[in-house]
Design a binder for this molecule. Structure first.
Ligand code: 5AD
Ligand code: SF4
Length: 455
């Protein structure tokens, strides 16, 4: 009889995509996904350890699951992802009701590992530097996507993993330790996966990697051994018939090439939206973070991007309260926000992570001060986001219908704005249409679908 599994995903889009891969691998091994954690025979937590808070959420859910296990000792609990990788055996020692701890490079064999773990704790977390992302990763076509609860639930938009890991060693970051060395997936495997997706009706592709700019730099990705930059991969994916919208994430400013920035000018289906994490506005802090670029270089990049694509929507990540961050240095982050006027940002209080270099830095900023800086930054960002969004009122945006709400359609613009649209005609998920923007909030827009036109 099929076993019911429940999967809960924490963290980034890489993790969302990994959860899809886990779900679909299990579906091929006589498992059926359930939305009800309490009735599941197998509960998988796909975890994130980027900040202490993310990790605490995992630990608290694991604590709760102790009761499920006591009620039904045959049920299995599997911890996957970055906390699993980081904690390994210590996790089973701390949470003895956990059956399987599976690291970030081992999710592809999850069904096999689960068989092996029946009745005894098992840990699979070794990180390999010569690891290869499998040729065929399960992904869902548009028609099947309704069966996917984890990950990207929008039917016409799919993630495609192009690389794993990171070699940058920013001093605050666990990723090199939880995801391992940078490994790029083979060019042809990526192209094949995208072709299968668009042939099944998918319209929007997001290429995923922790550090997409260095795609193809650390291992050979082509059959003939010739070099292949991320920009070349992007252009090749963009040319595949049926790819109507293309996005990618995440980029490090350190190795953002002119060739890649030019893609925003040259590739029609590349969405005018770019997430370019800056982390801080002060050269001193950037240096202590080991980011390997200066604020002047960041400004140059933004100017170039805006010259190639004036309507580009720019978002970023910010860490406030990095060890030793002075009031002046924080004010430089505020000045950067004023100058660039990001359309949106994800901002965080610095959090010490095990194994990272910044953990050992002196002059930790007190918690209340980090909170004050975060609030100051977020309040100003919210004002700027609203001001930028108000400038869109009256403009016509290309949008894709995602879902019907009660009296409107939730759509996603190519700028990545969520746009709640009213429409005189009936629309379906996946329709690509034009909307005139008639209202702006700080996090979303409202619009009216133009009649008689499909993009
Ligand atoms: N503390 C706070 N924020 C962090 N990030 C990464 N590591 C830390 C940390 N130790 C943030 C960065 C990164 C985003 C994914 O999470 O801004 O870009
Ligand atoms: Fe979290 Fe980073 Fe792991 Fe993604 S790669 S799940 S953000 S720790």
């Amino acid at each position: 009889m099929a076993r019911a599994f429940y999967i809960k995903t924490f963290g980034c889009q890489m993790n969302e995509r990994d959860s899809e891969i886990i779900s679909q691998s299990l579906a091929q091994h006589n498992y059926i996904e359930t939305m009800d954690m309490d009735s599941a025979d197998l509960v998988i937590l796909n975890t994130c350890s980027i900040r202490a808070k993310a990790e605490q959420k995992v630990m608290s859910l694991l604590g709760q699951l102790r009761r499920n296990k006591a009620k039904d000792p045959k049920m299995q609990i599997c911890v996957a992802g970055c906390v699993a990788q980081q904690e390994g055996l210590a996790l089973i020692e701390r949470m003895p009701h956990v059956d399987l701890v599976i690291g970030t490079q081992h999710i592809y064999g999850i069904a096999k590992h689960l068989e092996g773990s029946q009745g005894e704790g098992k840990v699979v977390t070794e990180l390999s530097t010569t690891y290869e992302i499998p040729k065929f990763l399960p992904n869902l076509g548009a028609a099947d996507a309704e069966y996917s609860s984890s990950g990207n639930s929008v039917e016409f938009s799919r993630f495609v993993t192009i690389m794993q890991g990171c070699n940058n060693y920013c001093t605050y970051c666990v990723v090199p330790y939880t995801r391992g060395r940078e490994v790029s997936r083979r060019f042809n495997d990526i192209i094949d996966e995208v072709k299968v997706l668009v042939d099944s009706g998918v319209k929007e592709i997001t290429l995923l990697g922790q550090n997409v700019n260095s795609y193809g730099m650390t291992n050979v990705v082509t059959d003939d051994g010739s070099p292949c930059s991320f920009a070349k991969l992007l252009a090749a994916v963009s040319r595949i018939d049926g790819v109507q919208r293309l996005r990618f994430t995440t980029s490090n400013p350190k190795d953002l090439s002119d060739e890649l920035m030019r893609c925003f000018k040259d590739l029609d289906n590349l969405c005018p939206q770019f997430h370019l994490p800056v982390q801080a506005g002060s050269n001193g802090v950037l240096k202590r973070m080991n980011r390997k670029y200066t604020i002047e270089k960041y400004h140059d990049l933004v100017n170039t991007l805006r010259s190639y694509r004036p309507d580009i929507i720019l978002t970023t990540d910010i860490i406030v309260g990095f060890p030793g961050e002075t009031e002046e240095e924080f004010n430089e982050t505020m000045a950067l926000l004023e100058k660039i006027r990001f359309d949106g940002s994800f901002s965080f209080k610095y959090s010490d992570r095990p194994g990272t270099a910044s953990m050992h830095l002196a002059d930790k900023v007190p918690e209340e001060e980090k909170t004050r800086r975060l609030t100051t930054f977020q309040n100003r960002q919210n004002e700027i986001s609203l001001e930028n969004n108000l400038n869109h009122v009256g403009k016509i945006f290309k949008v894709m219908v995602e879902e019907k709400d009660s009296d409107s359609y939730r759509c996603r613009a190519d700028t990545n704005h969520v746009v709640h649209c009213t429409s005189k005609r009936e629309l379906s998920p996946g329709d690509l249409v034009h909307a005139v923007i008639n209202h702006a909030g700080k996090h979303s827009l409202k619009g009216l679908i133009l009649e008689d036109e499909v993009v």
